[in-house]
Design a protein. Structure first.
Length: 94
């Protein structure tokens, strides 16, 4: 039982570290609620092998667009889904 608990704890720590590594920092440049898109000036997105740039993303949850405005600092994750780059999580920074 102790071995299973240790293995589970190690797996959870590795998963959390991986999820954190996939997060990128950005500044919101534009919010387009009607189109469900956000323009971000972002740092490197490692999981997409993407260098820093400014680009438009679709968002997985349009409700996030009500919580941000141009100039806000955010951290986010993104994925390529159906040929489009999509923000899959979004968190504002203080």
């Amino acid at each position: 039982m102790k071995r299973i608990t240790t293995l589970l704890a190690t797996t959870l720590i590795a998963f959390a570290a991986h999820a954190q590594a996939d997060r990128a920092e950005a500044e919101v440049r534009k919010v387009d609620k009607s189109a469900g898109k956000i323009t971000l000036k972002h740092g490197e997105i490692k999981n997409l092998d993407m260098p820093p740039m400014t680009m438009v993303f679709e968002v997985k949850d349009r409700a996030w667009l009500d919580k941000v405005k141009a100039g806000d600092k955010v951290t986010f994750t993104a994925a390529k889904e159906g040929g489009q780059y999509v923000v899959t999580s979004l968190q504002t920074q203080p």
